[in-house]
Design a protein around this ligand. Structure first.
Ligand code: CP
Length: 318
């Protein structure tokens, strides 16, 4: 893994193609652990991981917790809503307090871009970005890459169309970078009001016509409206957005039969995706969630583990 610091995962920019391949290969080994009668290995016994979620989460938080438990790590559950943050304690004091108790990793989600990077200055623990503002969500990208690789093998030359509220999406930023790093061709589809003001440095093409973009796509990747980050109306109505940019039944019917429909969740059925389309076999949204546990086991293991000596012949020792 090419690393920004000694042991953090803050952005997909921290990983080159080899680093991603290494992580996805290790994820396969951990997916096998998940299929055992007792899906638990001692790989992180004696290590402690803390969760700091300053923003809501269902999938990311629960899958990190499950991943840590499957690796036999101890977990420190920090709830912002019932902590001394409510008495005015700063982020820095919170991090230094938790670190003083002896932790090996911190998984951070925050509404402000750059917070995980800042946290690395205040702790010796490994910091993992679980989503920071509009900036990055690297473990979401890794689980999406793993899911896509499971279906297509090599992603070189594959076409992914990312549709929806790109402007406010950290998943779009991570996935554009991550899929392009793996050789895929990334196309963004959104109205101008839902695109970033500048796409300089983004390894993508842009299209404003979803029907055109979906003609030959391998992956239709949908994003919800990030209403919590929108300061003003960005589309005339959600109904119009659905008609112009949603994956309707008619559009899903025109997708190639081997194309995948992906979504990071949470979904807003009837807005970016028709409810019925989300139930089709091509929609691998449940698979993405399941793969999230294995990917996060691999990330925690690589950053906090004492080495790869517990991996023998691609099998994790029980
Ligand atoms: N995809 C994702 O980050 O979901 P949560 O907000 O539920 O964690």
């Amino acid at each position: 893994m090419r690393q920004r610091g000694p042991h953090h995962l803050l952005s997909m920019a921290d990983l080159d193609r080899d680093g991603i391949e290494q992580l996805l290969n290790l994820t396969e080994s951990f997916a096998e652990v998940g299929e055992r009668p007792i899906p638990k290995v001692p790989a992180l016994r004696g290590k402690t991981v803390a969760w700091l979620f300053y923003e809501d989460s269902t999938r990311t938080r629960l899958s990190f917790e499950t991943a840590a438990k499957r690796l036999s790590a101890d977990t420190m559950n920090f709830s912002v809503s019932s902590s001394s943050v409510n008495k005015g304690e700063s982020l820095r004091d919170t991090i230094e307090t938790i670190s003083a108790m002896g932790i090996d990793g911190i998984v951070v989600r925050h509404s402000a871009a750059g917070v995980p990077q800042q946290v690395t200055q205040w702790t010796e623990a490994s910091v993992i970005n679980a989503g920071d503002g509009w900036h990055q969500h690297p473990t979401q990208c890794l689980l999406d890459l793993f899911t896509a690789r499971t279906h297509f093998g090599d992603l070189e030359g594959r076409r992914i169309t990312i549709v929806g509220d790109i402007r406010h999406s950290r998943v779009a930023r991570s996935n554009a970078l991550g899929f392009a790093t793996m050789g895929a061709k990334v196309t963004l589809v959104a109205p101008p009001s839902l695109l970033p003001s500048s796409l300089e440095g983004w390894p993508v093409a842009v299209c404003h016509n979803l029907d055109e973009a979906l003609e030959d796509t391998d992956i239709c990747y949908l994003l919800r409206m990030q209403l919590e980050r929108q300061k003003q109306a960005v589309v005339p109505s959600l109904r119009e957005f659905h008609n112009e940019y949603g994956l309707t039944v008619a559009r899903a019917d025109r997708l190639r039969s081997d194309a995948l429909i992906m979504h990071p969740g949470p979904m807003n059925r009837g807005v970016e995706i028709a409810g019925e389309v989300a139930e089709r076999p091509q929609a691998v949204i449940g698979e993405q969630v399941a793969n999230g546990v294995s990917v996060r086991m691999a990330v925690l293991f690589l950053l906090l583990g004492s080495g790869l000596d517990v991996v023998d012949n691609n099998r994790i020792a029980a």
